[in-house]
Design a protein around this ligand. Structure first.
Ligand SMILES: Cc1cc2nc3c(=O)[nH]c(=O)nc-3n(C[C@H](O)[C@H](O)[C@H](O)COP(=O)(O)OP(=O)(O)OC[C@H]3O[C@@H](n4cnc5c(N)ncnc54)[C@H](O)[C@@H]3O)c2cc1C
Length: 415
């Protein structure tokens, strides 16, 4: 991976030849991080959000966990997860957030069942640097965590938790970014070489490029309605620390997570419910989160069942990889199918219409990294990551595959 050369320094101007104007739809982590990555390259950015504040939907939890999810092999998900994690941790260090907004307190992934035990052994066998991860015994894990744990674990010393709203706020402080709140984008159209974003009030913003960063709602626009994005409900919970649990010093994960107490409150989560688009708070989901953490440590067994919950929708794709890049006009492509050897410029592109969505359960790390890749692409810089990863993220991969044009996926991945 070539992510090592990315700049994570504080906002600054690097004017490129092609830096121009962009409208971004959606001010969650994907939209705010894309605004940041473009603004520091000299783009003038308008960020459109339908709520009165940024980070109100999936990016609105009080705290989220930052960690990679590695597997035995370096497949695309694994590469994205690892590179994005390292990038985002460095970005957060550069942003210098307050201690109540970000803590790199470390994170333990417990070998809590046979499948996790095997995965953890296989990941360890890949011989990563100890600054990335360590294999620790049950006693060592308990010592690191400050509570009694009954499983060995993978320990990520640089990982931790973030307040997503504070992260988003820090990202959009650049003077090149103008935020428009209470603006619901309903339609996109091209007019005189520009893209226009329309609401019930008419045209609310106009620019050379548009980036869709509105998660599941990207499907509301004709230009992106065909994309295979689905919503997955999740509920996280907050709970008051007790005498034992407040000793917890790092994040602990099994198939969920628990964060150390901040102002005596732990965050725990989260549930997964596919085919369920409700964001109501359910006692059953709070209890499921509580039962999950009680299995982590006997020191959590007396935690009270009085909890607050917050539910939101993740956005995901069938292969669990985000959609990132410029969109092809699906209906024109279907009406006039090209040959599989057609050169990319001959395809019916929606020139200037880009997307950064479907970050699933790890968007707090993947979205900022994808934003950096997208801004490179939009600024006509050399690709910052390997072609295989760009192909895996190509937003037209499903459309081209469906039409028997798989060979065009690589050719259209970084133009
Ligand atoms: C319960 C739960 C726990 C999670 N825990 C973690 C975790 O610990 N770690 C982690 O990395 N990830 C976690 N995730 C996943 C992570 O929160 C998401 O991947 C991430 O927030 C997605 O960000 P986003 O910007 O793509 O989408 P969102 O945050 O949903 O942002 C989309 C924005 O677009 C706006 N919008 C939509 N349509 C329009 C329109 N037409 N006009 C204007 N604005 C519009 C919305 O209002 C919203 O603000 C969790 C998710 C859930 C639900």
């Amino acid at each position: 991976m070539l992510y090592g050369h990315f700049s994570t320094s504080k906002p600054h101007q690097i004017r490129t030849k092609d830096a121009s104007t962009a409208v971004i739809v959606g001010a969650g982590i994907a939209g705010c991080a894309t605004a940041y990555a473009l603004a520091k390259r000299g783009w003038q950015v308008q960020l459109i959000e339908r709520h009165a504040h940024i980070a109100q939907e999936a990016s609105g939890n009080p705290r989220g966990v930052l960690s990679p999810r590695l597997s035995s092999q370096a497949n695309a998900l694994d590469q994205l997860s690892c590179a994005a994690y390292l990038y985002t941790i460095r970005l957060l260090q550069a942003l210098s957030l307050a201690a109540d907004a970000f803590q790199a307190c470390g994170l333990l992934q417990l070998a809590f069942n046979a499948r996790e035990q095997q995965r953890i052994q296989e990941v360890y066998a890949r011989q990563f640097s100890t600054s990335l991860l360590n294999l620790v015994s049950c006693d060592e894990a308990s010592h690191i965590a400050g509570v009694k744990l009954s499983h060995p674990a993978l320990y990520f010393p640089q990982a931790g938790w973030i307040n997503p709203h504070a992260f988003c706020t820090a990202l959009i402080q650049h003077p090149n970014i103008k935020l428009h709140i209470n603006c619901n984008a309903l339609r996109l159209q091209q007019y005189a070489q520009k893209w226009q974003v329309l609401s019930t009030q008419g045209c609310i913003a106009e620019a050379d490029a548009v980036v869709l960063a509105n998660a599941n709602d990207a499907l509301q626009f004709i230009q992106s309605a065909h994309l295979p994005v689905t919503a997955v409900r999740g509920q996280m919970s907050t709970i008051t620390a007790d005498l034992h649990s407040q000793s917890l010093k790092c994040v602990v994960c099994t198939d969920g997570y628990m964060t150390p107490a901040l102002q005596r409150i732990h965050c725990l989560g989260a549930t997964f419910s596919a085919h369920d688009h409700s964001t109501e708070i359910r006692d059953a989901d709070n209890n499921s989160n509580l039962n999950m953490v009680k299995k982590m440590s006997e020191d959590f067994s007396a935690l009270s069942s009085i909890m607050q919950g917050r539910a939101a929708l993740r956005s995901t794709t069938p292969d669990y990889l985000p959609l990132l890049g410029e969109l092809i006009d699906a209906s024109t492509l279907k009406q006039h199918p090209p040959k599989h050897i057609s050169p990319p410029p001959a395809l019916p592109w929606h020139h200037g219409l880009f997307i950064n969505v479907a970050h699933g359960a790890k968007g707090l790390t993947t979205a900022p990294f994808c934003a950096e890749i997208l801004a490179s692409l939009m600024s006509h810089e050399p690709s910052p990551v390997e072609m295989s990863l760009l192909q895996a993220l190509n937003p037209n991969r499903y459309l081209l595959s469906e039409m028997g044009l798989k060979r065009l996926i690589s050719a259209t991945s970084f133009r």
